[in-house]
Ligand binder design. Structure first.
Ligand code: NAD
Length: 371
């Protein structure tokens, strides 16, 4: 049982693809990728940290089945998603002498996945790519669904494309080298799926979340599979985020404001911001009488028990003026015509879009949350 690999399919017609979840998938990557190739050439894109651990086994696995491979390495971290790095990456890949049949392979976290996906979407007007996500966040969220992109000085992820991978290989063994803080940030996105549409999954996480974060194989596999299945289903129904896919942004408007306040730095990781954002969304919904206070408390407790932040003060964000938070929230992508739309819960397992949040109530709430 220990080495069980599970599979699921993202149903997108001719762009459908499989997600494989389980340990030691990198060692099988060559075999899994080979049938998808039009030309026996792949270019691996990775970051320096991940490459140190996993590039050699990936290269070995490709060599074993006769696939020629090159690797381009990027510095680790969010800075890698800027236009300068992207330009250099694109030229490095082109300089290798790729053709339309060449496959890119993204080996790394969400940063590598987003950049590589965007390179695949644009180089030679589009070539195939495979995702091998190595962070928990990338395995349960960013590698699935085909959002690719890079950052600009004006804002994050503002240049990009919807472009689906041909295959996702989520090798759960790679998570053993992931720093605990990064692991917990990814766990927050797992909890998100329970909160937005599966109360039973949330209840399971309350019982088994400790095992998931301790990387117990069966619990981890179930958490990753359930998350990917939910994301796959939502994406299959709304690939370009014109409807339900937006619900995946639960916690993100508050979270984005917190990340803006901390300068998108390692002071507050994206998943931590989302965890805190979901706690704030529940508390605000309880304040508005839309959700029960007891449910909001249950959510806060679970994040606390998991070791995730639940108070703005945890990040030195106490005393952040409410007006500044609101200004940050107004710049979020989900803002239309100066109104702040918020995804709010009705209960654990059900969220909805409130198109125009009451600003005075929000200001009052944020002033207290930062106290
Ligand atoms: N496309 C999407 O749908 C989507 C969704 C959510 C987030 N994102 C994007 O994902 C990015 C965040 O992704 P992330 O949290 O994976 O960050 P990341 O890719 O920066 O990885 C975090 C850190 O962990 C290191 N790392 C990665 N795998 C490791 C491993 N197995 N062992 C040890 N260290 C490892 C990396 O080098 C990096 O320093 C953001 O840019 C965000 O915008 C995209």
């Amino acid at each position: 049982m220990m080495n069980t690999i599970e599979k699921l399919r993202v149903e997108l017609g001719e762009r459908a693809y499989e997600i494989l979840v389980g340990p030691r998938l990198i060692e099988r990557a060559g075999n899994e990728i080979l049938p998808l190739l039009r030309r026996r050439q792949v270019v691996i894109v990775s970051d320096e940290t991940v490459a140190g651990n996993y590039l050699a086994p990936l290269r070995d696995s490709l060599s074993e089945v006769g696939i020629a491979h090159h690797a381009v390495l990027l510095p680790s971290g969010e800075e890698t998603k800027d236009l300068d790095h992207f330009g250099r990456l694109a030229e490095d890949i082109l300089a290798i002498g790729i053709e339309r049949g060449t496959m890119l392979v993204a080996l790394g976290g969400g940063v590598v996945g987003d950049v590589t996906g965007f390179a695949a979407a644009t180089l030679l007007r589009g070539i195939d790519f495979v995702q091998i996500p190595t962070t928990l966040l990338a395995q349960v969220d960013s590698s699935v669904g085909g959002k690719t992109g890079i950052n600009t000085r004006i804002g994050k992820n503002l240049i990009g494309a919807f472009y689906q991978p041909r295959l996702v290989l989520a090798d759960t063994e790679t998570l053993t080298s992931l720093p605990r803080r990064e692991l917990l940030a990814g766990y927050a996105e797992i909890v998100k799926y329970g909160l937005i549409r599966d109360a039973a999954f949330f209840a399971w996480l309350e019982a088994e979340g400790g095992s998931v974060c301790a990387l117990a194989p069966a619990a981890l596999r179930r958490a990753v599979m359930t998350s990917c299945a939910m994301k796959a289903e939502i994406v299959a129904g709304d690939e370009r985020e014109e409807g339900d896919r937006a619900l995946l942004n639960f916690g993100h408007t508050f979270g984005h404001a917190l990340e803006t306040e901390t300068g998108f730095s390692s002071r507050l990781l994206h998943g931590e911001a989302v965890a805190l954002g979901m706690v704030l969304a529940f508390d605000f919904a309880a304040r508005l009488g839309l959700a029960a206070a007891a449910e909001a408390l249950r959510v806060r407790r679970h994040f606390e028990d998991s070791g995730l932040p639940t108070h703005m003060a945890d990040f030195g964000l106490a005393a952040t003026p409410a007006d500044r938070m609101i200004a940050h929230m107004s710049k979020d992508k989900k803002v239309r015509d100066g109104r702040i739309a918020l995804i709010l819960p009705r209960r654990i397992g059900e969220v909805f879009v409130m198109k125009e949040a009451p600003l005075d109530r929000l200001r009052e709430f944020l002033a207290e949350a930062a106290a």
